[in-house]
Ligand binder design. Structure first.
Ligand SMILES: Nc1ncnc2c1ncn2[C@@H]1O[C@H](COP(=O)(O)OP(=O)(O)OP(=O)(O)O)[C@@H](O)[C@H]1O
Ligand SMILES: [Mg+2]
Length: 402
């Protein structure tokens, strides 16, 4: 969007050091209060993490830090998120005596504030310790080791295809740092609260949809620290009315954030997943990450339902010839090496990209094209695997060389 370089880190830190920490009397940097510093062209932001009892006292510090950032050359927008420390990990729910969030902590739209009863409503399932949200039959994760391979595109269209195949389907956008479900489905409605204080997911294209993008103001930065991100995710899983007793959800499709970091691992460990679908492009660099993704699920005993090759080729509009822009067939070969099923390939398709940008899941309006057919075939294979209970088997042991 812009060719400007990001603001200079040293200058930014020097500016922040001029703001005093009222407790220690030191500059914010020396006091260790500048965390998750994000520098982008025209923008700077960080997380100011304080004890819950200090949240109110630090609101002016946050304002002063924002003003200091705005004084740095190249910073037009400054965002400092005041956040409070939580219990050490292992304590699922927040303490009942924890003071309410200070104003301006994390901006959540009115009426849509998430509650703190993270694990409470979960139901036990097969794997010890792993849970499944209430009234949801199957949870399927769509993951990739590498970012930008088309995971969200696949998740949205697989979910929509499952709905076309007659299932009750939910789509959970678990990418709290870069949510894409609102853009890809065109849903912007703020979720309403149900009588029993759950969030009612907006519905479109036959899907129940939940994303942090529906809860947090657009302007709020997506620079959550790990435990906050995990807690937001827990709540989007468990404090959302995905299904009712009479109408349980058949499948909840989770669009995972890219990579195999803490959030992904937590999700793979804590949620009783019926299985995972791994998306890759044919490039070698993406395929290396497929191994990591598969390995993570294998270690957490989540069955791999299959690997999908996205952007497999480009069909020449004049001749129909398949042009392998990023190479071709690598994901299939990798799946075979790993002993995971190969679910199929999706071509590079301009109409698919366009429909993503327009907020209209491609498959809903294009069921007979090769791309639409590919999504429907894959969705049906995934349904068959999870509904036959095949997805419940532990994945075969795989040995990795890297
Ligand atoms: N088969 C395809 N043909 C054309 N464009 C595609 C295809 N798959 C994905 N895209 C486009 O590529 C871009 C990245 O896709 P997407 O956001 O789905 O990737 P992602 O893996 O979810 O990324 P992230 O890692 O950031 O979450 C989007 O603009 C999307 O429209
Ligand atoms: Mg994505």
């Amino acid at each position: 969007m812009t060719d400007l370089p990001p603001p200079d880190r040293a200058v930014v830190l020097a500016a922040l050091e001029t703001v005093r920490d009222p407790k220690s009397g030191r500059g914010l940097v020396a006091a260790g209060l500048v965390q998750a510093l994000v520098l982008r062209p025209g923008r700077a932001g960080f997380m100011l993490e304080v004890a819950p009892s200090d949240a109110g006292a630090y609101a002016p510090v946050r304002d002063a830090a924002e003003a200091a950032l705005k004084g740095v050359a190249g910073v037009e927008q400054a965002q400092v998120v005041l956040t409070t420390t939580t219990e050490p990990s292992g304590q699922g729910a927040a303490r009942p005596d924890e003071p309410p969030q200070a104003p301006g902590t994390v901006r959540v739209r009115r009426g849509a504030r998430l509650s703190n009863e993270a694990q409470a409503q979960m139901q036990p399932q097969q794997a010890p310790g792993a849970m499944r949200p209430a009234h949801v039959r199957h949870v399927v994760a769509v993951a990739s080791g590498k970012g930008g391979v088309g995971k969200s595109t696949v998740a949205v269209n697989l979910a929509a295809a499952m709905a076309l195949l007659g299932r009750r389907v939910g789509l959970l956008d678990a990418d709290v740092y870069g949510p894409s479900a609102p853009r890809m489905t065109g849903v912007e409605a703020e979720p309403e609260m149900t009588a029993d204080k759950k969030l009612k997911p907006p519905e479109a294209w036959g899907l129940k949809i939940m994303s942090i993008g529906l809860l947090v103001d657009d302007a709020a930065p997506m620079i959550w620290r790990g435990p906050m991100a995990s807690s937001a995710l827990n709540q989007m899983l468990n404090d959302v009315a995905w299904g009712g007793e009479a109408e349980p959800l058949d499948v909840l499709v989770i669009d995972m954030p890219p990579g195999t970091g803490d959030i992904q691992l937590t999700l793979a460990q804590r949620v009783a997943l019926s299985g995972a679908v791994v998306v890759s492009t044919p490039q070698e660099v993406a395929l290396i990450d497929v191994r990591r993704g598969v390995s993570m699920f294998e270690k957490t005993r989540v069955p791999i339902l299959g690997v999908i090759e996205n952007m497999a080729y480009f069909a020449d509009p004049a001749t129909g010839a398949q042009i392998p822009i990023f190479g071709h067939g690598g994901a299939k070969a990798t799946a075979e090496t790993l002993g995971a099923p190969f679910l199929g390939e999706i071509p590079i398709d301009i109409a698919l990209r366009q429909s993503c940008d327009d907020g209209r899941p491609y498959v809903v309006e294009n069921q007979t094209t090769p791309t639409g057919q590919a999504f429907l075939t894959m969705a049906s294979a995934v349904l068959e695997a999870i509904e036959a209970g095949e997805g419940m088997k532990p994945a075969p042991a795989i040995v990795f060389e890297d």
